[in-house]
Design a protein around this ligand. Structure first.
Ligand code: ZN
Length: 242
């Protein structure tokens, strides 16, 4: 049977060394989910494909698709758009989003992950990356079925909340505050929005000006309730504290 020449468009989430001159590429595609490609000779300076295989690019990849397999030999790649940035904070944000997407895929979470990555990458170009990451984490937590309870106090349902507890899984009222610190109403409002809205409303969130403190509340919750690799997040914080 003649070899098929299949084409798939996807987001390059990871590019790692593989054998001497080869690279292993993880690509999130709309139709086939997360695929792994071995790009032969991609590390050679003469490689025609190298530019299209850099992390955080959208590229068209040519290969022979085989049902039931998720690892393929890449024939050729064409760059569609690069999100790569000289800005270290932005680059760390893209790395963090990519890592969460790969972990999410491995956790058998499939619901429109492609759409979430597409939205997050695009927003990272023009919006505050801290807010983008916070919403990405909040959405992933919801998909994983561990979303925060932000309708009222998690213990009694009281709508008058004064704090957020990762351990308890959501808001707390004054009576159930325990050893937690109270939070500013503006912080509580941001946490509530993060856990309610979706990408089309992101710009409303942008007006609220997200700080690292806000992200840290959301991230602690997210990592406490999942087994995702925390290192890309730690690296992002480091890049933003410089
Ligand atoms: Zn309560």
């Amino acid at each position: 049977m003649a070899a098929m020449n299949d084409k798939v468009r996807g987001y390059i989430l990871n590019n790692s060394d593989f054998r001497e001159t080869d690279a292993m590429i993880k690509v999130l595609t709309e139709d086939h989910g997360l695929l792994t490609f071995v790009a032969k000779g991609a590390k050679k300076t003469t490689s025609k494909n190298a530019m299209s295989l850099l992390p955080y690019c959208v590229s068209d990849l040519f290969f022979d698709y085989r049902e039931g397999k998720d690892m393929f030999t890449l024939k050729r790649a064409e760059l569609v758009k690069s999100y790569y940035s000289e800005d270290l904070s932005r680059l760390a944000a893209l790395a963090l989003i990519s890592s969460i997407a790969i972990n999410g895929y491995d956790s058998h979470y499939r619901t429109d992950l492609y759409g979430d990555v597409a939205q997050a990458f695009a927003l990272c170009e023009s919006e505050d990356v801290i807010g983008v990451i916070a919403l990405f984490m909040a959405k992933m937590a919801r998909y994983l079925g561990v979303g925060a309870n932000v309708d009222g106090c998690v213990i009694c349902g009281n709508k008058k909340v004064v704090s957020f507890s990762s351990h308890d899984g959501g808001f707390l009222c004054l009576e159930h505050l325990g050893k937690n610190n109270t939070l500013e109403p503006s912080t509580l409002y941001k946490i509530r929005l993060l856990n309610k809205i979706d990408w089309p409303h992101f710009r409303e969130l942008g007006k609220l000006e997200f700080g690292l403190e806000d992200l840290m509340i959301m991230a602690d919750f997210f990592y406490d309730h999942s087994d995702f690799d925390r290192r890309p997040y730690t690296f992002f914080l480091k890049m933003n504290r410089l």
